[in-house]
Design a protein around this ligand. Structure first.
Ligand code: NAI
Ligand code: MG
Length: 329
């Protein structure tokens, strides 16, 4: 029995969550779901977007499924990353048949440092304009590198690529790069390499097949993740994981999409793939592969899919189709 916190949030977050939980009922696993509030709607009635009770509920669960928040998203998700020290942001870049993927043979993972770098909020105005500080610590660089190597080892991947700009950011990215190679010594069986971030951005477009696991600092990871999402077509398809030493929080990359909200037209795939990442995090790899396959089959057939994928199915119709496939596996 897994204790899972569930934060549906706002708009289509609630709809894709319902669809995903409907599919998960067909897994051979027992879940104890604890629902928690966060987001714009909750803020309207309570005055606060992320109540302390929600953080406690997430802290006391093994993993959290998060739908999406609206305007309060930054407060909700950034605060949760900090409070729970979710220092890894993991984004798979995988092409699935039946989707608008630019390439049909991509399967790599971006591991982004989630707590420091350019995003620590140390910005100030000066007489000339403004200055931002970029903090790179050995501790954070080593733990994100270790996560990337462990992840590569566990998932049977062969190579980890560090992405940086140490030719210009000599000290900060020097620390990052040195930490990567230092930790890498503990993983003799894995191939290691490092690329400059600008070259990496180009290789994403020209030869992304060379990548396996990438590890990088906060800002570069943010940008490359979105570039990766662009390679495999559409916000409705892209999952993500925020992982710390004690919890994981799994969420689609998209937001509350007010234009779709309440219409039952949102694509539930990104939320379902986030649940697949959660199953892998819980080491339930067989169930993860089953749920992933059920979804992939529905995408590939392209018959019972939502409007963004060229179909006419509703969110729950697509979920029912995925569940039917899952039950037949
Ligand atoms: P969005 O991701 O909510 O929607 C952008 C567009 O992408 C939508 O209009 C729709 O055309 C498409 N789209 C997104 N998800 C889809 C799905 N599942 N199925 C089909 N089409 C989909 O981003 P937007 O419009 O910039 O933000 C809307 C609200 O969401 C804002 O209030 C924003 O703050 C919030 N947001 C929350 C996030 C979170 O909770 N992690 C992340 C991003 C935005
Ligand atoms: Mg982003």
């Amino acid at each position: 029995m897994y204790k899972i916190s569930v934060i549906p949030g706002d708009g289509i977050g609630k709809e894709v969550m319902e669809a995903t939980l409907h599919v998960m009922e067909a897994l051979n696993l027992e879940f104890d779901y604890v629902y928690a509030d966060a987001g714009d709607e909750y803020e309207e009635i309570s005055g606060i977007a992320l109540p302390p009770e929600t953080i406690d509920i997430v802290r006391n669960s093994q993993a959290c499924l998060f739908g999406a928040a609206g305007e309060s998203a930054a407060d909700v998700i950034v605060k949760m990353r900090q409070e729970l020290d979710l220092y890894v942001n993991l984004r798979p870049v995988k092409s699935y048949p039946g989707t608008k993927s630019v390439f049909d043979d991509l399967d790599f993972v971006i591991v982004r440092e989630n707590t420091e770098g350019m995003y620590i909020g140390l910005e100030e105005y000066t007489e000339e304009g403004a200055v931002a500080k970029r903090v790179i610590t050995r501790r954070a660089s080593e733990r994100i590198s270790r996560f990337a190597f462990d992840y590569a080892k566990k998932t049977g991947r062969k190579k980890v690529t560090a992405v940086h700009k140490a030719n210009v950011l000599k000290k900060t990215d020097g620390v990052f790069k040195d930490s990567f190679y230092k930790v890498g010594e503990e993983y003799p069986d894995l191939e290691k390499e490092d690329f400059y971030v600008d070259a990496t951005a180009m290789y994403f477009l020209t030869k992304p097949q060379i990548f396996d696991v990438l590890v990088t600092t906060n800002l570069f990871g943010d940008i490359l993740s979105d570039e990766g999402a662009g390679l495999v077509g559409g916000l409705g398809l892209i999952p993500s994981a925020n992982i710390g030493d004690k919890q994981g929080l799994f969420e689609p990359v998209h937001g509350s999409a007010p234009r779709h909200a309440g219409k039952g037209t949102a694509n539930p795939a990104a939320m379902m793939l986030s649940a697949v990442l959660m199953l892998d995090y819980l080491e339930e790899h067989d169930e993860a592969r089953k749920m992933e396959k059920a979804l992939i089959d529905v995408l590939a057939e392209g018959k019972v899919v939502t409007g963004d994928l060229g179909g006419t199915a509703s969110t729950m119709e697509m979920a029912a189709e995925v569940r039917k496939k899952l039950e037949s596996l």
